[in-house]
Every structure is written in structure tokens, then in C-alpha cells.
Design a protein around this ligand. Sequence first.
Ligand code: OAD
Length: 259
Amino acid sequence: MAPIEIPNAVIDALRHARHIAVLTGAGVSAESGVPTFRDAQTGLWSKFNPQELATREAFARNPKVVWEWYAYRRARVEHVAPNAGHYALAEMEKRVAQFTLITQNIDGLHERAGSRNIIELHGNIRRAKCFAEDVPVARWIDDGQIPPRCPRCGAYLRPDVVWFGEMLPPSALDAAFRAAQTCDVFFSIGTSGVVEPAASLPFLALRNGAVVIEVNPDATPFSASATLHLAAPSGIALPRVVECAWTADVRWNTARESG
Ligand code: OAD
């Protein structure tokens, strides 16, 4: 692969940024071994029908199948580790006054890598909530029933993720829009940019004067508008970005998760 060139103007923008906002999608976790959604051979939606697994109607029709599919995915993400891209973003957060990480991912890998100011637009697969009352449930009795039941009202529990046709959590969405409007530099990383409202965020940042950097081996609907498109895997491009912008004092530690 050709060396990743980062123009001086972009390095300058990074060094002087007061607020960096980042949007991530499934691609940032691909190098950890978590499948993306839309990649032709390996994407989840090339193998599974989202209408049968990721909607309220699907859960109402077949709660056991839906719960088990998410339990399988949860077990998978628990057995993978953050990669160099996740760690580079955690490192970036330490180097800028304000840093907002907006993720569409539900795998929790950014937090495990040490990122702190995270907005989860699509929820988190490690959490559950009540299907009837929509409130988070931290603990329940595991008596072998699948799905387990809400300890308060007895309804089924469901994964605390956003399904097709559902609203995104309003406070997360507000915070994401605010970050895109107020940041100096915005990254769009590992997302195909076809799912709204996340897909609008890089355009919004651009309209508000931010330098917008896309990291994705493939082109997306946003690529032609980006200030800079780094056509490389995020596990390679992001450490390079941090190295170029904040140089030699960066010590990479991708072997150990930070607490
Ligand atoms: P997609 O599967 O649509 O897109 C993944 C993107 O990551 C593609 O553009 C790939 O080219 C890129 N990619 C692959 N490997 C990469 C790597 N190593 N480094 C950087 N980029 C890489 O996933 P999302 O855009 O995240 O929603 O999908 C958005 C939403 O659609 C998901 O949150 C999910 C899905 O339906 C819900 O479940 C609500």
C-alpha cells in the first residue's frame, strides 16, 4: 500500500483544533474481526434479512430468534479486542481540548480502547431494555427463559439497540448534531454513509466550516465532498494521522486494553 500522505494544511488544522468530532461505523471494527453490514461477501446484511432480525415486528413475531441472534453477536464482540484504529482515537482524545466520538457501532470497542466522550447513536449490544416499557434493565433473573423477562413488569427483555423503523435516542442525536456543527475537524470513519441521520453529519460539519476527513478503503457518497479521503483501513490510517499531527511522543500500545 502507498504511504499515507496527509497534507500540511490538514495537519495544521488538527494541531490547532479546539474541538474534533468523529463519526464511526462498522468499518472501524472490521480489523478486530467484527463483520460490517454491507460489504458484499462478509457483511451481515448479505447473509441475514434485517426485516427478520432487526425490527420491533420481527421481535414481536419471533422473540427467541431475535434474542439469540443478538446473544450470538454479543458473544462474538466479547471475544474480540479493540484494534489500532480504536486506540488511535482514544489517543487523539487526550490531545485536544474537546473531543466527541459519535458511533453507530453497538460493540462497545471504543470504550474498551479508552475513549471517554462517546455518543452511541444506535445503542449498545451489551445492554438490555424492557420491550414493553422501553426502560434500561441492568439485572434480571436468568432462569433459562429466552428472552429473559423484565423484573419489573414481566414483559420480554430486548437488546438496547436501535432497530429499523425506530427513533434514535433524542439526546444522543442532539449531541451528535451539535458536535458536527461546532467542531473544527470532523472525521467520518468506516461508514458507508447510507443510513440516516448519521449520513448527514459529515455534510453538516462541512457546511459549518470544518475540515472533514474520511477514512475508508472504498469510496462513499461523501467521498467527493471530503476535504481529504484517506483510502486505507482505519487501523493503519488513524495511527498515521495521530503520528503526523502530534508526532514523536505517541507511544502505541495496542496489546492492552485501557481501563
Ligand atoms: P456498513 O457495513 O454499511 O459500511 C461499512 C463501511 O466500512 C464500508 O464503507 C466499508 O468500505 C468500510 N470499511 C471496511 N473495512 C474498513 C476498515 N478496515 N477501515 C475503514 N473502513 C472500512 O456499516 P455502517 O456504515 O456502520 O444500523 O452501517 C450503518 C448502520 O447500518 C449500522 O449502524 C446498522 C446498519 O444497518 C443499525 O443496525 C440500526
